[in-house]
Design a protein around this ligand. Structure first.
Ligand code: GAR
Length: 201
């Protein structure tokens, strides 16, 4: 299949990488106007890296622990994005705060997906299963996911779109997590497509 030259995209991930995998496969089917140039992770041996190897996407592990401070780590991430000529970044389960140099490297062209209806259940410590635990414990009737622009505060950038998921009476954090994820994967791709088409018009 011939590929259409699209926006140079990097994905940052810290976990299983289902969103990463779905974005790469959509791009490889020419359903998204991007070239996924790079995966950046903050951990070794995670699912996202296994997917990157299978899908032949270059990956770089940039562990905060290898740097003296946050600023040095932020510089390294920014420099990596510049070296790979990245134009747009998707945070797909990336659990670290993004620094100002990283944001500047792509001129703020960075979106994040979060597994709740922000501004509820966002902020430091609210990620992955922790979010769903809190939602179930509080007896919420509705949850979902949010895609938003990234700024240098956790989960506070401008909201682009949200998708609701009903919380069922017998939901556990795990069952809710898997239903939210099933909706989140295609929703992130649809939002990414829409944002890029606006950028290009
Ligand atoms: C996704 O549900 C994403 O919303 C969440 O991590 C999961 C990653 O799944 N992100 C956050 O909680 C960020 N605050 P994946 O590794 O299978 O794509």
């Amino acid at each position: 299949m011939t590929s259409i030259k699209g926006t140079n995209l990097a994905i940052l991930a810290s976990g299983t990488g289902t969103n990463f995998k779905d974005i790469v496969e959509s791009a490889q089917r020419n359903e998204l106007p991007v070239e996924v140039k790079l995966l950046i992770t903050d951990k070794e041996e995670i699912g996202a890296i296994a997917h990157a190897k299978n899908l032949q996407i270059p990956f770089v592990v940039i562990k905060p622990r290898s740097f003296l401070n946050f600023d040095d780590w932020d510089h390294e991430v920014a420099e990596t994005l510049v070296n790979y000529e990245i134009e747009f970044v998707v945070l797909a389960g990336f659990l670290r705060k993004i620094g100002p140099h990283t944001l500047e490297a792509v001129k703020g062209q960075m979106i994040n997906t979060h597994p709740s209806l922000l501004p509820s259940y966002g902020g430091k410590g609210m990620y992955g299963i922790n979010v769903h635990k809190a939602v179930v414990e509080n007896g919420e009737k509705v949850s979902g996911c949010t895609v938003h622009w990234v700024n240098d505060h956790y989960d506070e950038g401008q909201i682009i779109g949200q998708k609701q998921v009903e919380v069922l009476p017998d939901d556990t954090p795990e069952s809710l997590a898997s239903r939210v994820k099933a909706v989140e994967n295609p929703f992130l791709i649809a939002v990414l497509k829409s944002v890029l088409s606006k950028n290009q018009s």
